[in-house]
Design a protein around this ligand. Structure first.
Ligand code: ATP
Length: 448
């Protein structure tokens, strides 16, 4: 249990009402734990992905970008260990027909007696645990037979490992260097839920950094610190972020060390993983060498030696970070002199879906025309919104609720002296500035 408030239900409803996130195929009753991003959600998530891409790829010369296909050769998943090991132990209840993770019974509720865990009520009849593979299986080509079975990738990382030499050689990179990609991953999760926290289709932002064995723990420490800083720079509050170190029992058999970056989602969810930073040693490249019969070694010309690099991996969920950013930003406030309070998404400026909203105070006296001219002038620099409906107070509230940092109002004076009022979402301070200065003014403010 966390000290932070549980805002999940309020967020789910805000996200639907204001066009951030909808349930997939809602008109058919929805698809379990699959979500669609609406107009504002897609902007928010894109801004988060762009920040990651800029930090990891564009601003460094030792990391290259990649966009590998979702469908891979099925041997990939034998080499990676997913066919044999990517399983959860499951039990069914013959009474309620519920299905639960055998290792998470304490977190589950009996559907018929919610005060008890599955197996605790007298009528529960749990079966023996059996393993269930989390990969989605499908068929390539016209024949639905086992020889043509392929998987939807459960992580993006393997697309990077199999392209290690392609990228290294084509880009003439020297170890240490990294490969980064953003893409969809699929897991047939048994106990999905908590909105977009655990879904069956999600996006990962992964980076594999290839290093010389022996330098790995040093790089691991550096990446751990850099990734935490990235979350802080995204505006996630320091007191909601913590590292969780994997104990010897939690470590994957190939991992030399692992830390999760955890975020406090509030309520009963509390601190949960949003990113993993792992030292994977040479496990993945060695496995792919064995299964493909192709050498995946690096030749260090200066030292005149060959070796299989070790890998430091940083793996973060774009959807989980989007949820963390929303939870972190949500606040309810009273407003001095007003009866009704306001809901604010205090999103960091760089990720807010709309940067500025433009309002004519009235629908006459040339105000809408002037407002539209301002919208056209700003549009090439920022995502802006034009709104002329309802009272000005209502329009402010609508923008606060979706996290728009600035609202620009055109009033009676504006049409004669070309000045406008800019209102700050957080401080509520209002500046009167010349409309020709708006792009410079907003560029400066939005960079903070
Ligand atoms: P968990 O223990 O929560 O299932 P994991 O340890 O299996 O996560 P990884 O395989 O390390 O997760 O994946 C890296 C990141 O991908 C996670 O930190 C998370 O942000 C994201 N992720 C993994 N599974 C899901 C999912 N089902 N839905 C949304 N994001 C996910």
């Amino acid at each position: 249990m966390s000290n932070q408030p549980d805002v999940m239900d309020k967020l789910v409803s805000l996200c639907k009402r204001r066009g951030f996130i909808f349930q997939s195929s809602e008109i058919y009753g929805g698809t379990g734990s699959v979500w669609d991003y609406g107009p504002l959600g897609v902007e928010l998530k894109k801004n988060i992905k762009d920040r990651w891409w800029n930090a990891m790829v564009r601003s460094r010369d030792d990391i290259e970008g990649l966009d590998a296909a979702i469908l891979m050769h099925p041997r990939t998943w034998e080499a990676s260990g997913h066919v044999a090991g990517f399983v959860d132990p499951l039990v069914d209840c013959k009474t309620c027909k519920g299905r639960f993770r055998a290792d998470k019974l304490d977190d589950a509720k009996c559907p018929q007696k919610p005060s008890k865990h599955p197996g605790q009520a007298d009528q529960c009849q749990l079966t023996e645990a059996r393993n269930f593979n989390l990969m989605f299986k499908t068929f390539m080509g016209a024949l639905e037979e086992s020889a043509s079975a392929v998987y939807l990738r459960p992580e993006t990382a393997q697309g990077i490992f199999v392209n290690f030499l392609n990228v290294q050689q084509s880009m003439r990179q020297k170890v240490p260097f990294g490969i980064a990609q953003i893409g969809k991953a699929f897991r047939n999760e048994i106990t999905p839920g908590n909105f977009i926290f655990r879904t069956r289709e999600f996006e990962q932002m992964e980076m594999q950094f290839f290093v010389e064995p022996g330098t790995d723990m040093d790089w691991f420490a550096q990446w751990k610190a850099m990734r935490m800083q990235w979350h802080l720079d995204l505006g996630l509050s320091r007191e909601r972020l913590e590292f969780h170190q994997h104990s010897a029992g939690e470590l994957a058999h190939y991992a030399r060390a692992a830390f999760d970056v955890t975020f406090d989602f509030g309520g009963t969810l509390g601190f949960q993983e949003i990113e993993g930073v792992h030292n994977r040693g040479d496990f993945d490249l060695t496995q792919h060498q064995t299964f493909s019969n192709k050498k995946l070694e690096y030749f260090d010309q200066q030292a005149n030696k060959r070796y299989v690099p070790y890998v430091i991996e940083t793996s973060v969920g774009a959807d989980r970070v989007t949820l963390a950013a929303l939870v972190n930003a949500y606040r309810e406030e009273t407003v001095a002199g007003e009866d009704e309070g306001r809901v604010v998404l205090g999103l960091q400026h760089a990720i807010a879906p709309i940067k500025a909203a433009i309002f004519p105070l009235t629908k006459k006296d040339g105000q809408p025309e002037m407002a539209q001219r301002i919208v056209s002038a700003l549009r090439s620099s920022f995502k802006v919104d034009y709104d002329e409906s309802g009272s000005i107070g209502k329009r402010y509230r609508r923008q606060d609720e979706v996290g728009t940092p600035f609202c620009v109002t055109i009033d009676g004076t504006s049409t004669s002296d070309a000045t406008v009022t800019v209102r700050d979402r957080d401080s509520l301070a209002q500046d009167r500035i010349h409309s020709s200065q708006l792009v410079i003014y907003l560029t400066d403010k939005l960079s903070k």
